[in-house]
Design a protein around this ligand. Structure first.
Ligand code: SRM
Ligand code: SF4
Length: 573
């Protein structure tokens, strides 16, 4: 650790004494007197891919009845690039119905979460995930998280190659401790002090979570500039020649705390494919050594970079690598989000991107998502791809299976993308209530009603096929990357949201706070005239976010540090 000035946080001590993430998890799981685990174990469990939560809908009632909160656990899978086979899907579906709340939740980082797993079922669920040759290792915690990657490797062999690099990165940063295997899979520990070391992470792992994503222009479908380490695949003459390297992206902020802010990754150079792992190792290593281990709100890589400066960082990186990164190569993003509907690839196989609102796969009165997709998994001859916009690609479908899948979609009333507005297709929301302990307002449960009210406004303005990036979160932590929304609502208190406007369409510009603490009616009242003006005044192909800036409705935020301070209006329209 280098240059640590603030006293170490309690989390550092918990990691240090945990015996490489073992703590007393086994004892906590065995304690039938409570649905919770010991406080230290709750922190350590994150590294194993699970969070202790409680049902916030029931919290007050249970408190009145002098009952402990209804504890349950979220389980998050590690799934590089969001790929799973039909067999794996079927196993996850089974676990979701047996042990969780009968839903699978696609996250904004291309993986699945289970919600509502009681402590007594935690081990069986995680073991069940492993039986499907999947795991949850390091899906949460102060460690490198699930590596996200451009969606559809089948589009070309280079996409597959890029995915392979994402996989190498994910594998490279896996912890070495056997704690996970002992706790969940009954691997026998070696007697005495665990012999292993964590050669890269050490006993205290990283100061905070770390996120890596790989994008492939012209698609920025993973929000590459929101990643701590964003890699932009550079293809020249149909060959992957390397990666531009973007550092220091992140979304989290706290209402009213100017020391915290979202930040976009900055492109600092280019590396060859064969240099990628060494470059990533040294970048994450610098954050491991210099990140703030005292104040957790200040511990993300973006603050390490802003505090010390990009030039310092580049020098430190070059010194560690023994070479300097080359100059960034030209690239251009023109697309973001997912392309919904059926696509045929060069080999004649089909891929269907289905839009799943907030990524929640469950059976409802209108749509039998879970049942329908289970039946599809039973006949599917390709695989499934989860997207960073919480959607699902039924990928690599053979010609003869396409009509069968279409029939199953119809039978289970699963809406095909043609039925959806462009706004709905691209909307993302975080989970928030009832499971998220940090939620200040509804998000997933707020989105459908909001869309029902926004869609007629867009239709009236002749914009129902116009893509606008809408992001909703229940608090400012930024789990649906709201500061990259052309329109974003961030929960402030129950039923009230801050409205942010004006992010770049391909994730290249942060948005700006427009109005604070609005109710749903007030949100609609604010947006209606802006959407009306956009319908009339927009230039050809001008995205909504760009229009809002050109029309002097919000100021352009150029760097994260200006996020809270950029004046409301700077540009004369
Ligand atoms: Fe997140 C914390 C859900 C993507 C920034 N996030 C949480 C927790 C675990 C709440 C908690 O700490 O108790 C949420 C659990 C809710 C629940 O009931 O499921 C939660 N985050 C999610 C997911 C499931 C949202 C979703 O609707 O899909 C996403 C899971 C991703 C995954 O599969 O790994 C999710 N979280 C993100 C992203 C987006 C991304 O990574 O692309 C961000 C912003 C990017 C970033 O990290 O800067 C994000 N989550 C946070 C933060 C703020 C971190 C910060 O730097 O300040 C927290 C709070 C924290 O860590 O203290 C948080
Ligand atoms: Fe919870 Fe806030 Fe993340 Fe939403 S943004 S899931 S409310 S932490």
């Amino acid at each position: 650790m280098t240059g640590q000035t603030n006293p170490l946080s309690e989390d550092e001590a918990i990691k240090e004494r945990s015996r490489f993430l073992r703590g007393t998890i086994v004892e906590s799981l065995a304690d039938a007197a409570t649905g919770a685990v010991a406080a230290d174990d709750a922190k350590l469990l994150k590294f194993h891919g699970t969070y202790q939560q409680d049902d916030r809908d029931l919290r007050n009632e249970r408190h009145k009845q002098k009952l402990e909160p209804l504890h349950s656990f979220l389980i998050r899978l590690r799934m590089t690039g969001g790929i799973c086979s039909p067999e794996q899907w079927l196993q996850l579906d089974k676990l979701a119905r047996k042990y969780a709340n009968a839903s699978l939740r696609i996250t904004t980082r291309q993986t699945f979460q289970f919600h509502g797993v009681f402590k007594r079922n935690l081990k069986a669920t995680i073991a069940g995930i492993n039986h499907a040759l999947l795991n949850t290792i390091g899906a949460c915690g102060d460690i490198n998280r699930n590596v996200v990657c451009h969606n559809n490797p089948y589009l070309s062999p280079i996409h597959e190659e890029v995915y392979e690099w994402a996989k190498h990165l994910s594998d490279f940063f896996l912890p070495k401790t056997r704690a996970y295997y002992e706790v969940w899979l009954d691997e026998k520990p070696v007697a005495g002090i665990p012999p292993e070391e964590e050669p890269f992470y050490g006993k205290t792992f990283l100061p905070r979570k770390f996120k890596i994503g790989v994008a492939m222009p012209p698609y920025n479908d993973i929000d590459v500039f929101a990643q701590d380490l964003g890699l932009i695949a550079i293809v020249e003459k149909d060959k992957l020649v390397g990666f531009n390297v973007a550092v220091g992206g992140g979304m989290g902020t706290t209402h009213g705390d100017k020391a915290t802010y979202p930040r976009l990754g900055e492109v600092i150079g280019f590396c060859l494919p064969e240099q990628l792992l060494a470059v990533a190792e040294q970048i994450v290593g610098i954050q491991r050594d210099f990140g703030d281990r005292g104040i957790r709100k200040h511990a993300r890589f973006k603050y390490t970079l802003d505090d010390r400066g990009t030039e310092w960082f580049k020098d430190e990186l070059a010194a560690r690598l023994g070479f300097e990164l080359a100059s960034p190569r030209p690239y251009a993003f023109t697309e973001s989000g997912d392309r919904a509907g059926w696509v045929k690839d060069k080999q004649g196989r089909w891929h269907l991107t289905l839009c799943i609102l907030s990524g929640r796969i469950k059976d409802t009165e209108e749509t039998a998502w879970l049942t329908g997709l289970r039946k599809i998994a039973k006949i599917h001859d390709g695989d499934f791809r989860l997207t960073a916009s919480q959607n699902l690609i039924i990928a690599n479908v053979g010609k003869s299976n396409k009509p069968k899948i279409q029939a199953l979609l119809k039978e289970h009333r699963i809406p095909v993308p043609d039925d959806w507005s462009a706004l709905r297709l691209h909307a993302i929301s975080c989970v928030a209530f009832p499971t998220c302990g940090l939620a200040m307002a509804e998000s997933e449960r707020f989105l459908p009603g909001l869309l029902d009210r926004l869609e007629p406004l867009l239709k009236k303005a002749g914009l129902d096929q116009q893509t606008i990036q809408l992001r909703v979160t229940g608090c400012p932590n930024g789990c649906a990357r709201p500061y990259l929304g052309e329109i974003a609502l961030v929960g402030k208190s129950p039923g009230r949201y801050n409205l942010y406007l004006g992010a770049g369409f391909v994730g290249e510009r942060l948005n700006k706070l427009y109005k604070e603490s609005l109710t749903e009616d007030e949100i609609i009242a604010e947006l209606a005239p802006l959407i009306g003006r956009y319908g009339i005044e927009r230039l050809k192909d001008e995205p909504f976010g760009d229009f809002l800036i050109r029309a002097n409705i919000v100021a352009e935020v150029r760097v994260g540090r200006e996020f809270h301070d950029a004046p409301q209006q700077t540009i004369v329209g």
